[in-house]
Design a protein around this ligand. Structure first.
Ligand code: MSP
Length: 499
């Protein structure tokens, strides 16, 4: 049964050019969106940019630009990267857009009218890097850079009021925060009394933000602004029908470093707005270089564009999906990239196509042969292929993307092994009908595998389906029509030779 699937990525700070951390979540969201689309679901995939706040303002100052000019300059770089990475989003929000700003103000007013926002004078340690007041314990941990003592009047959101309700919610909704260890981490955090959240910045100190509707001397804190994108875009406060259709989101995909803001700030904001919570907040791990996080300040970030230019977009998408078990950290190394490319893509997937199309061209007039009557060996392959669809659908709905890719590649290996043991090049000389049956089976298996891999590698799989002359996109056994003429082609994934 088809249903709706609303997936979001974090909206990225425009303080720098996009890197692999940004690219990863966006590709992941795209892959999930594509899986759901081929399953017949109606999909809404939202991504965008977080353009307000101190970090963006400082980045603009460094370049001698106004914050808006800086954002307008960087936004196209994100968009063109998404295009190069084949990201098919449905909407792209920039928080400086009017459609978003007025909804943030509406939300603030609503929470204020409800009595959930109060004004107070506060003195504490303020971290510019984190854009928030940090606690004394956090300060003495020494983990925060750019910290200064600050005393000022600000507006506070009564987050503490919703603490127990949030704990109860997390405990009674096992798939709300995933993976499990992150859920436990949040429950652990919630064992301490929850403070209230400072949600304003005096314009005199920081004016790059959305003005607070009830005090024109203040702008709102960047997180109260950014998180609202998840509801401003689907129509909260502007299009009730659309909003009802899409909200709550099926999943907010985020990195583990922004779990607290999502599972605590955002959820208590939604409680105050009397809106349902997203079904799942999924926190993935980090891409590491050696043992350290890739980060701009460490200067070890990998530019996804370099990889794409060198190895092609599909190979990069494949590597990122195949290598990271969702929820855990993963290590990026050029070596593991080449290894995975050569073994999975060149040797297994590319080779299966080469053998099938090469033999069909050589011995069968370049046309898909007739399968004839299947033997138990082919019946077994057929049932494995048909079962794969259900298995992958189930893994994808549980956000086990790596496991889904692995099980699809398992069928590729089974097909290669089948070709080796059946040796249709030999059969062509002694039992032509058997050779036809084997090549049909391998080609049809390859067709199904290509459809299943298409969310991960949209270009190469489309090329395979085109070579095979496959018209439909149904992953049910028997789609290939005998006598279809195969197209000639170059190797799909030429091996990377390591010097
Ligand atoms: N603007 C906020 C998000 C607001 S969402 C309402 C923000 N932006 S960010 O640009 O700093 O980072 C966005 C995402 O990139 C985070 O989910 C973060 O985990 C991810 N990554 C940054 N570096 C990363 C890696 N090295 N590996 C994987 N993802 C990492 O935070």
């Amino acid at each position: 049964m088809s249903s709706k699937f609303f997936v979001t990525t974090p909206i990225y700070y425009v303080n720098d050019a996009p890197h692999i951390g940004h690219a990863y979540t966006t590709i992941l969201a795209d892959v999930l969106a594509r899986f759901h689309r081929i399953a017949g679901d109606e999909v809404f995939f939202l991504t965008g940019l977080d353009e307000h706040g101190q970090k963006v303002k400082q980045a603009a100052e460094k370049r001698n630009l106004t914050p808006q000019a800086h954002c307008d300059d960087l936004a196209p770089r994100f968009l063109s990267l998404w295009q190069k990475l084949d990201i098919r989003f449905d909407d792209f929000i920039r928080t400086t857009q009017e459609r978003h700003k007025k909804i943030v103000q509406l939300a603030l007013q609503k929470v204020y009218d409800k009595g959930d926002i109060y004004v107070d004078e506060y003195e504490g340690w303020y971290s510019i890097a984190e854009e928030r007041f940090i606690t004394d314990t956090e300060h003495s941990s020494g983990q925060f850079r750019d910290v200064k003592k600050l005393k000022e009047k600000n507006y506070f959101f009564k987050m503490s009021k919703y603490q127990q309700r949030l704990i109860d919610y997390i405990e009674s909704n096992p798939v709300f925060i995933r993976p499990e260890h992150r859920k436990n981490e949040m429950l652990g955090f919630l064992r301490q009394p929850l403070g209230d959240l400072c949600i304003s910045r005096p314009k005199a100190r920081m004016d790059w933000g959305i003005e607070i509707p009830f005090d024109k001397d203040y702008v709102t804190y960047v997180w109260f602004d950014a998180l609202v994108n998840y509801i401003s875009v689907p129509g909260y406060g502007s299009d009730g029908v659309r909003f009802k259709k899409w909200w709550p989101a099926n999943v907010h995909l985020i990195g583990k470093d922004i779990l607290t803001t999502h599972s605590i700030y955002w959820t208590t904001m939604l409680f105050s707005l009397e809106l349902p919570l997203p079904k799942t907040i999924f926190a993935h791990g980090w891409w590491l270089m050696g043992q350290t996080k890739m980060s701009k300040s460490l200067g070890n970030v990998v530019n996804p564009l370099d990889l794409v230019e060198q190895y092609g977009v599909d190979a990069v998408r494949y590597y990122l999906m195949r290598e990271m078990v969702l929820g855990l950290d993963a290590n990026f190394t050029p070596d593991s990239f080449i290894k995975s490319y050569n073994s999975d893509l060149a040797n297994d997937f590319g080779n299966l196509l080469n053998r099938v199309s090469g033999l069909i061209a050589k011995n069968h007039g370049g046309k898909i042969p007739d399968p004839g009557v299947l033997t138990t060996v082919e019946e077994e392959i057929k049932s494995q292929a048909n079962a794969l669809v259900g298995k992958v659908t189930q893994l994808i709905s549980a956000y086990q993307v790596q496991e889904a890719v692995v099980s699809i590649m398992e069928l590729v290996r089974i097909l290669n092994k089948y070709m080796e043991t059946q040796a249709p090049w030999k059969l062509a000389k002694i039992d032509f009908k058997a050779a036809e049956r084997v090549l049909y089976t391998a080609a049809e298996g390859l067709r199904i595998v290509s459809i299943m891999l298409s969310p991960v590698m949209p270009n190469k799989t489309a090329a395979v389906l085109d070579i095979l002359g496959s018209v439909g996109r149904s992953p049910v056994w028997g789609g290939l029509k005998p006598a279809t003429v195969l197209k000639t082609h170059e190797p799909l994934f030429p091996r990377i030779e390591v010097k």
